[in-house]
Ligand binder design. Structure first.
Ligand SMILES: Cc1cc2nc3c(=O)[nH]c(=O)nc-3n(C[C@H](O)[C@H](O)[C@H](O)COP(=O)(O)OP(=O)(O)OC[C@H]3O[C@@H](n4cnc5c(N)ncnc54)[C@H](O)[C@@H]3O)c2cc1C
Length: 379
């Protein structure tokens, strides 16, 4: 594995840093307070190339790899976790699923619009009663001639309201049968497909999370990705890649929390000196920094395997689990270092603290990552 940062990574890092400073930082607290999902920002991110990093050039992307993709998510999330989460869900889940399992016609139809940011993508696996235990899903699709009719509800769907296209996992076979789930693409505006309740969240408030509802929603069979009954296996593979992006999200949040903490600890004086002079504070910074380096190595290791097309289940679970927990610890320590100011919305620490917690939940909780890791090492 190559540890030095490549030229394309450096370029992406600087481009995204400048973009985030100009277009995200000035507005992010307004979006966070009002739970506004900034659709226009997404179009701009698309124009800048941030929705097509992993997409081959023939479908309108940059044709780059996971090092560049991780770098971009880290830099966005260093400023705002919400935008990092939405970027990860759009790219890894929706676009990633179509790219990995769609046929040529499907890729040509949807990927260029997703890669350019013209369309926003969503991905629906979770339901109200089935999160970790997704094989028990109740949302069904039944065959009717050449079409499929979907009925049911999906919950916690990122871009459930604003998404133009959604890859939805539905039951087409028996309950608990891993060959009984199918992936279908549903476009916004299809009769019988609508958004439901928008969640009012602790953190990641500018990333839209909503229910989506299917009532006799008729979808042509050409919208099925891969074969009928392959959806669960596809979803697990999509999540293997998606977890690298959540690791990057956690890493970015942790780096942002550390940046803010270093700056503040040098500026804030108590007992006649900067608080960074106190070993109690300096050691917190040292711990945060060490853990961030370790999380980065795990994330880049998973990215490296993904670039090579090798199995990544264990390494993406390592990276997701560790980087998420590091993000939560960094967010917590940042609030502590900021003291009372850390508890207010005038300073950045509280947002890192709130946003970080999602990383240990979305795309498989920390407990589920440990199950995945244990299963892999006990094989
Ligand atoms: C902001 C946000 C965005 C999201 N975006 C999407 C999206 O775009 N698409 C989508 O499909 N889903 C999305 N989700 C859903 C997310 O993936 C689920 O919330 C997550 O998988 C956990 O499921 P759950 O919430 O039902 O928790 P549960 O599965 O009910 O888990 C509750 C607790 O039990 C623990 N637990 C469960 N099973 C086990 C076990 N076997 N062993 C040990 N502990 C266990 C869990 O770790 C957790 O601590 C999103 C969620 C959030 C909060």
């Amino acid at each position: 594995m190559e540890f030095s940062i490549t030229e394309s990574q450096k370029l992406i890092q600087q481009t995204v840093r400048d973009f985030a400073a100009k277009h995200i930082r000035p507005k992010m607290m307004e979006w966070d307070e009002a739970q506004i999902f900034p659709v226009e920002l997404f179009k701009k991110m698309g124009e800048t190339g941030l929705m097509g990093i992993l997409i081959p050039v023939e479908y309108g992307g940059a044709g780059l790899g996971y090092f560049e993709y991780v770098t971009a998510i880290v830099e966005v999330s260093r400023v705002c976790g919400s935008i990092g989460l939405s970027m990860a869900a759009h790219n890894s889940l929706c676009t990633g699923h179509i790219l990995q399992f769609g046929n040529e016609m499907q890729k040509k139809k949807w990927i260029p619009k997703l890669a350019s940011g013209e369309w926003i993508g969503a991905w629906g696996l979770t339901e109200a009663n089935t999160g970790s235990d997704s094989l028990r899903m109740r949302c069904v699709a039944k065959k009717d001639g050449k079409d499929w009719i979907i009925n049911g509800t999906k919950n916690w769907i990122t871009h459930g309201i604003s998404g133009d296209v959604c890859v939805v996992l539905v039951r087409t076979g028996e309950l608990l049968d891993s060959r009984g789930i199918t992936a279908i693409v549903v476009e916004k505006g299809t009769p019988g497909f609508k958004a439901g309740k928008k969640e009012n969240k602790l953190g990641m408030r500018a990333s839209e999370t909503a229910e989506i509802i299917f009532e006799d929603c008729r979808i042509p069979e050409e919208n099925i990705l891969g074969e009928v009954g392959e959806g669960f296996i596809q979803a697990m593979k999509v999540l293997d890649g998606g977890r690298i992006s959540i690791a990057a999200l956690g890493l970015g949040i942790a780096k942002g929390a550390l940046d803010a903490s270093i700056k503040y600890s040098k500026e804030r004086h108590q007992f006649g000196q900067p608080i960074s002079n106190f070993q109690g504070i300096a050691f917190k910074l040292a711990d945060m920094s060490t853990e961030i380096e370790a999380a980065e190595l795990l994330t880049m290791q998973a990215a490296d395997l993904k670039n090579r097309g090798e199995p990544v289940t264990k390494q993406s679970a390592f990276a997701k689990y560790y980087a998420s927990e590091v993000a939560v610890r960094a967010g917590t320590e940042a609030v502590q270092i900021f003291g009372g100011y850390g508890y207010t919305k005038d300073f950045p620490a509280e947002k890192y603290y709130r946003d970080s917690k999602l990383c240990t939940i979305g795309e498989g909780t920390s407990e589920i990552q440990k199950l995945v890791i244990a299963r892999e090492i006990l094989k």
